[in-house]
Design a protein around this ligand. Structure first.
Ligand code: PXP
Length: 267
């Protein structure tokens, strides 16, 4: 660890606790019970996603989490006006604007900041008027970074999904994938080349964003294996990680799962 390296902070995405609850449609487990455990074990932020279909986090959860959390709450949401009205009223510390399709399993791809420029600008101004910090979840490209800066975002969150999916195909026995790249058709060498490309895009986008004065977060598909090389990108200062931490917590408990991930975030 080098003393002069910028600190990496960890946002723990607790949506998957609500996913488990929704499997039975009862009130257990309650995601707000995770707040103290995350705070006591090294998390710097709580992240939740209020999806349009409310498939996991509900409005009541979001309100309770925002009011009870000892840590800043980063609320991910789409740019749908009815959702933005709710977020404006809830006043989380930060809103991260993400693309959302009802049929997707999870957030696939970054926000099209160029295609939806005008609507995003209106959304950002509304949220800023409510005193909410803005982050845009984007693909790691210079164009998306530059457009985010023009839109007045304080943060960009770089989508690490391509890197994470390729890493999983190369290093684990992922039997099949709902993602676009068919692992079976790629040799190990080709996968290595693609991982290098995906990683290079993250490094370049993070450095470029930082040079424009943006703060840089990253997330999606990060886990205990693939996170180390992302932590080594000095211009990224925050990671938002959910699925892998909650999955591990089934076996280790949430306290250990959070503190193990926090240890991997040390520079
Ligand atoms: N960041 C954003 C913007 C997301 O949409 C998600 C998924 O909800 C995450 C981070 C966390 O992704 P994962 O659950 O794969 O760690």
């Amino acid at each position: 660890m080098h003393a002069d390296k910028p600190k990496m902070t960890l946002g723990v995405n607790i949506d998957h606790i609500a996913v488990l609850r929704e499997a039975r449609k009862i009130n257990d487990p309650d995601p707000s019970m995770a707040l103290a455990v995350c705070a006591q074990n090294g998390a710097d932020q709580i992240t939740i996603h209020l999806r349009e279909d409310r498939r996991h986090i509900h409005d009541d959860d979001a309100r309770r989490i925002i009011s009870l959390s000892p840590l800043p709450v980063n609320l991910e949401c789409s740019i749908e006006p009815s959702i933005i009205d709710i977020i404006t009223e809830m006043r989380p510390h930060r809103a991260t604007l993400v693309p959302e399709k009802r049929e997707e399993v999870t957030t696939e791809g970054g926000l099209d900041v160029t295609g939806h420029f005008d609507q995003i600008l209106i959304t950002i101004n509304k949220l800023k008027d409510a005193g909410i910090e803005i982050s845009l979840f984007i693909d790691p490209t210079r164009e998306a970074v530059e457009t985010s800066e023009r839109l007045g975002a304080e943060w960009v969150e770089l989508h690490t999904g391509s890197y994470a999916n390729l890493y999983a195909m190369r290093h684990t026995a992922l039997p099949h994938s709902h993602h676009a790249i068919d692992a079976l058709k790629l040799s190990r060498q080709e996968l290595d080349n693609r991982i290098e490309q995906a990683y290079g895009a993250l490094v370049d986008a993070a450095n470029y964003a930082r040079s424009l004065g943006l703060k840089v977060a990253a997330g999606h598909g990060l886990n205990y294996q693939n996170v180390t090389s992302i932590v080594s990108i000095d211009t990224i200062e925050e990671l938002n990680i959910g699925q892998s931490i909650i999955a591990r917590s089934v076996f280790t408990g949430l306290a250990t799962a959070v503190s193990d991930m926090k240890s991997l975030c040390q520079r």
